[in-house]
Ligand binder design. Structure first.
Ligand code: SF4
Length: 250
């Protein structure tokens, strides 16, 4: 595949990171379609649209539609022009989905060129270690999920997560766990044990599940309890809710 290749994308826009360790950093988001999981709380559009929506001006929230598949040169020129118009405003590209590692072949070709513009931050569900492996040298930051079966309804993914994290630690990696009213202490400790076994210095973000109206579904006292449990095993544990909805950003 060449860098003049084209692929289907859902959307490209400039906004603030709304969750995880990099909350508040401005990024250029490139959203890929499709996912290998079906989490019970997923509210992300996953299907490939007939046209890709691209922000007309960075941060405007106004979009135009462009034909699929999107040529690499279109994405590159757009991102480069936004970085000229708004020098130093963006921290990184957020390569997101869906599950972007389903497009590992495209990423292998596109990321070296995109990285000329901005560092690369990968948002991933942390279940495709074989797809991650050949891309590691192209990634600056990884935010990986650990899916708690009680909340995500995905079944047991511990082994996939362990293999993924062992690879991802070669970059600047952080772990995000969505916790909900169903989460048990035992399940949380299993996940923290997994992270600690790989490296207890890896930052962990506990993200309380957010309802459709933007309200947090877990009481503060419960979140503080889980934070104290996780902190026995890990050096850097934070509780950060999703902020997109109440901030009114994309
Ligand atoms: S991993 Fe993310 S994109 Fe995929 S189904 Fe779960 S929440 Fe949705």
């Amino acid at each position: 595949m060449k860098t003049d290749s084209a692929t289907g994308l859902i959307e490209v826009f400039s906004s603030l990171q709304g969750e995880g360790l990099f909350l508040g950093y401005r990024q250029i988001f490139v959203r890929f379609p499709g996912c290998n999981l079906a989490c019970s709380y997923c509210d992300t559009p996953l299907a490939m649209p007939e046209q890709c929506r691209v922000e007309t001006e960075p941060g405007s929230g106004q979009f135009r539609l462009i034909p699929q598949p999107v040529p690499f040169s279109t994405l590159y020129d757009l991102a480069a022009s936004w970085c000229v118009d708004l020098p130093d405003a963006h921290h990184s590209f957020s390569i997101t989905g869906g599950e972007p590692l389903l497009h590992a072949g495209v990423l292998a070709v596109w990321l070296p060129r995109l990285r000329e513009i901005l560092p690369i931050y990968l948002e991933t569900n942390g279940t495709l270690p074989d797809a991650l492996s050949p891309l590691l040298h192209l990634l600056d930051y990884i935010c990986m999920d650990i899916k708690l079966p009680s909340v995500a309804g995905t079944g047991d993914l511990w082994e996939e997560h362990r293999r993924f994290l062992e690879l991802a630690r070669e970059t600047e990696v952080s772990v995000k766990m969505i916790v909900g009213p169903q989460t048990t202490d035992q399940e949380l400790l299993m996940a923290c044990d997994l992270v600690s076994d790989v490296d207890p210095e890896i930052p962990l973000v506990l993200q309380p599940q957010t309802g459709r109206d933007g309200t947090v579904t877990v009481a503060a006292v419960q979140l503080l309890h889980w934070q104290s449990l996780a902190a026995r095993l890990l050096a850097d544990v934070r509780v950060i809710p999703q902020t997109h909805r109440f901030m009114g950003v994309l």
